[in-house]
Ligand binder design. Structure first.
Ligand code: SF4
Length: 351
């Protein structure tokens, strides 16, 4: 049954029963009886309703490294949840069953779980945080806001894993509720966002800068896709933007593409391409560049001290081992590693 409807937040009425959704940078104008581009917000008699306010379609306990967040309470668990739906239509989506079904008019599945129940589950599981992820947290904004507010009161941290295509109003409303974000920077060309994602690059860049201003801990992820966004000049532009506009301490995750959803005609990203992008990131001045979805152990998974070069955190898949951090500082030269909760992991030699 898909008739679960709650009045949405962040919209305004227009003439003739139309409404404008103000939640994401599409700013859909929706006539009565129709839905916005995401397929989960519907104009019902001149009022905007959300169809996913209480429809959690995925709920798991994950390592925080899986988000990926490498400098935010490493080694802790995060209760992760998502509903169906997304405001983007990426051809390479690796979670299309969850994200794209509502846009295709399919049933919106999910379990009715309240924010209070989610917080209780996180506490029972001894999670350090709650992550709003899997599809796109923007389109389940109301559930995020309710849950994050309750989580905050209980001392839990809130994480969003997002495509960064929010409206300024959405980011402002989340403001002090969110502690950390991993935001996709999918490419550095408007054409890519237009043709591959049904979106625009500019709002994402503006939001990344705004998030930096909000004080959330921020990490950025790029899925490197052969032939689409792996041109060295584009990667240099991207790395330069992150280093100059977001700061050289912003971790950049370069993730390996696997053929999925519509984009089945391309090979997985060669390791050499990822390593080329890794070098470009470091040449741009980024101090923490990581490789993800790779098959074998690689230095690109580890955290090194940018001052003395010592390895600080070793990773294998989603497992992390402290080999050089003491109270959040490099045990060799004393440099403080940027992030949150880094002083909480047992120091080098104490495990
Ligand atoms: S969230 Fe975005 S895509 Fe969905 S209705 Fe609102 S403006 Fe449109």
């Amino acid at each position: 049954m898909e008739s679960s409807q709650h009045e949405a937040l962040l919209w305004k009425p227009l003439k003739d029963g139309k409404v404008q959704c103000r939640l994401c940078a599409h700013f859909c104008v929706i006539v009565p009886g129709e839905r916005g581009l995401c397929g989960v917000r519907e104009n019902r008699d001149g009022r905007l309703m959300t169809l996913v306010r209480d429809k959690v379609a995925a709920l798991n306990l994950d390592p925080v490294e899986k988000k990926p967040l490498y400098h935010f309470f490493p080694g802790t668990k995060t209760l992760s949840l998502g509903t169906m739906g997304c405001n983007l239509s990426c051809t390479f989506c690796q979670n299309a069953g969850l994200s794209q079904s509502p846009r295709q008019g399919k049933a919106i599945r999910g379990d009715r779980i309240s924010g209070a129940q989610i917080v209780a589950l996180a506490q029972q599981a001894h999670a350090a945080s709650i992550s709003y992820t899997y599809s796109e947290p923007t389109i389940f904004f109301e559930l995020v806001a309710e849950t994050a507010r309750l989580a905050l009161k209980e001392g839990l941290r809130n994480i969003i894993v997002s495509n960064g295509f929010q409206s300024p109003e959405c980011l402002e409303a989340w403001g002090e509720l969110i502690h950390a974000a991993n935001i996709d920077l999918k490419a550095f060309r408007e054409r890519f966002y237009h043709e591959q994602c049904g979106a625009r690059l500019k709002p994402v860049l503006e939001n990344l800068k705004a998030i930096r201003g909000l004080g959330w801990w921020l990490e950025v992820t790029t899925l490197v896709i052969p032939g689409l966004n792996d041109d060295p000049a584009e990667l240099r532009d991207m790395a330069g933007f992150i280093a100059q506009e977001l700061g050289p301490d912003t971790p950049w995750h370069l993730s390996r593409f696997h053929p999925d959803h519509v984009l089945l005609d391309r090979p997985p990203t060669p390791q050499a391409t990822l390593e080329m992008a890794w070098d470009i990131g470091k040449q741009a001045g980024l101090r923490y560049v990581y490789l993800g979805n790779i098959v074998s152990a690689h230095d690109g998974e580890n955290t090194f001290c940018p001052d003395c070069g010592a390895v600080l955190l070793k990773r294998m898949g989603f497992a992390v081992r402290n080999v050089g951090l003491r109270d959040g500082d490099c045990s060799h030269c004393g440099k403080t590693l940027p992030g949150r909760g880094l002083e909480k992991i047992p120091g080098a030699g104490q495990q």
